[in-house]
Design a protein around this ligand. Structure first.
Ligand code: SAM
Length: 496
């Protein structure tokens, strides 16, 4: 028996066919710590028994009956599932009694979001609708909800269903866990939902006023915060760098998903609020201060905190990736990404940035957005815009659209850049003069047109690359730029 108060958002790790059914492997995070074979876990509303445990990975077998009656068979690797362990008779019953036997399948027909309030309508089979009434309880995907109204084809629910319940419900288990999670809301015991109303109240309470110069636009659309986290595909052994902890809305999610989180925050008052929220999250280091020591250098304290996190991971006998996941302050987005790619490459960066900057990061040669950042990123990574975000996703609203962008490092392409620092400077120098034809800029970099060797060197390059005399920097793709720099620096051009 369950309550419909979801404890953890699990992630499907594998879907293994086992005719006539299948086996689901799920990363159950902290819920796996004390799981036992045979234990019942409510998985998106369906009671499943654990058949295998491997660290945070729990496996379940689903027979044809379960696959017919639930949506679990339609889900794939990486999809989220709501998880809840079974109820103890001594527990408080915060939701309602949920059996974990799914009565029927419905579909989300409508979802309306107004400020902090979400109203959803679901279709359902007529034999279930007939049993529903306003103010009655229903579990949808294992989440306990109250029915608002019912008609002949559908029912409505309102509010925003809690996705994580706080740790008070099972204090004895939480004490036993090695890494405690972020602090729940003191009055409800649930994970705090950092909406506009929440932030307004918090800031009023502590007398904090927002500093627009520091890019303090908080991501208050929680679905988009979910999307940002999901798109990062964080694994339990990953180390994550966040820039701009703010009030820790994203940091606490990262803390649940990653091995360690290093989060830099320039604003002392926000760093204090973030520390307060994360008091129980032992795997987070807040570095108070500017993430940058200068435009071209990351702060040593941030790099040291990442080193320390890596040493701790190694000492624990684990290995994983280094990721950047952040709602980046616009003022530092370009130098943060550029400098990380130079000195501390991430396996992937999943960030919200100004839309224009996102477009630059993934722009192809010849497009109007293509600039030095496009070449620097494009020579080492492949990227995509995950979603364009309207100003209303943030509080206070910025004047422009933003974008969630994900870029993945391609190590073999990065390894082909023999002198990263030199290439970085070369690209920057060239794009300082992007409106000019490339030839003049290269001659200047080679020593100036008074120097016959400089002119001859550039002539040789143009011949080797087959460039038109009028070619401009923005027409040259990143990989060609890499070769051009190599030949320019060596003053010889091996045939490629
Ligand atoms: N992570 C929060 C969220 O998702 O809502 C806040 C993101 S807000 C866009 C950017 C945050 O970065 C602010 O908290 C701001 O104070 C901080 N910030 C701005 N410039 C910074 C810098 N140079 N170094 C570190 N943090 C900075």
């Amino acid at each position: 028996m369950f309550t419909g108060l979801v404890e953890h958002l699990g992630r499907i790790l594998a879907v293994i066919p086992e005719p006539p059914g299948l086996r689901l492997a799920i990363d159950a995070g902290p819920l796996a710590a004390d799981a036992v074979i045979g234990e019942s876990i409510c998985t998106s509303g369906c009671c499943l028994s654990v058949v295998r445990i491997d660290g945070p990975r729990l496996e379940f077998q689903l027979g044809p009956e379960t696959l017919n009656r639930t949506t679990l068979g339609r889900r794939g690797v990486g999809d989220a599932v709501n998880l809840e362990r079974s109820l103890r008779l001594s527990d408080r019953l915060g939701g309602h009694l949920v059996t974990g036997h799914v009565d029927g399948l419905g579909e989300l027909a409508e979802r309306i979001e107004e400020q902090d309030w979400v109203t959803c309508r679901f279709t359902a089979p007529p034999d279930l609708l007939i049993q529903m009434a306003g103010k009655g309880s229903i579990a949808v995907d294992g989440v306990s909800l109250t029915v608002v109204d019912v008609d002949a084809a559908s029912f409505g629910v309102a509010g925003q269903p809690p996705r994580h319940k706080g740790p008070q419900r099972r204090p004895e288990r939480d004490q036993a866990q090695p890494t405690a999670g972020p602090k729940p809301d003191a009055s409800t015991g649930r994970a705090v939902r950092q909406t506009t109303a929440y932030l307004r109240n918090l800031f009023e309470e502590v007398g904090f006023s927002i500093d627009a110069r520091k890019g303090q636009n908080f991501l208050v659309d929680l679905n988009l915060l979910d999307l940002l986290e999901r798109s990062a595909e964080i694994e339990p052994d990953d180390i994550v760098l966040e820039v701009g902890s703010g009030t820790a809305a994203l940091t606490e999610r990262l803390a649940r998903a990653a091995f360690r989180v290093v989060s830099a925050e320039i604003d002392r008052r926000l760093a204090t609020l973030a520390r307060d929220r994360l008091i129980d999250a032992e795997n987070v280091t807040i570095v108070e201060g500017d993430v940058l020591a200068s435009k071209h250098r990351l702060a040593p304290a941030v790099l040291a905190a990442i080193d320390e996190a890596e040493a701790a991971r190694q000492a624990a006998g684990r290995s994983g990736r280094f990721l950047l996941v952040a709602n980046l302050p616009y003022c530092v987005a370009t130098p943060v990404i550029s400098n990380l790619l130079l000195v501390r490459p991430f396996a992937s960066a999943t960030v919200t940035v100004q839309r224009e900057m996102g477009e630059r990061m993934i722009a192809a040669a010849g497009s109007h957005a293509y600039n030095a950042l496009s070449v620097w990123v494009g020579a080492q990574c492949r990227g995509e815009i995950v979603r364009i975000l309207p100003p209303s996703a943030f509080w206070p609203r910025p004047k422009v659209d933003s974008a969630i962008v994900r870029i993945n490092l391609e190590p073999e392409r990065r390894d082909r850049i023999a002198d990263l620092q030199g290439f970085h400077e070369f690209v920057r120098d060239i794009f300082c003069h992007r409106r000019k034809v490339l030839r003049g800029v290269l001659v200047r970099l080679a020593g100036g047109k008074q120097q016959p060797e400089a002119v001859a060197k550039v002539e040789r390059l143009y011949e080797a690359f087959g460039f038109e005399r009028s070619i401009r920097a923005e027409e040259i793709p990143p990989d060609t730029f890499v070769r051009l720099h190599e030949c320019f620096a060596a003053d010889s051009c091996p045939a490629s």
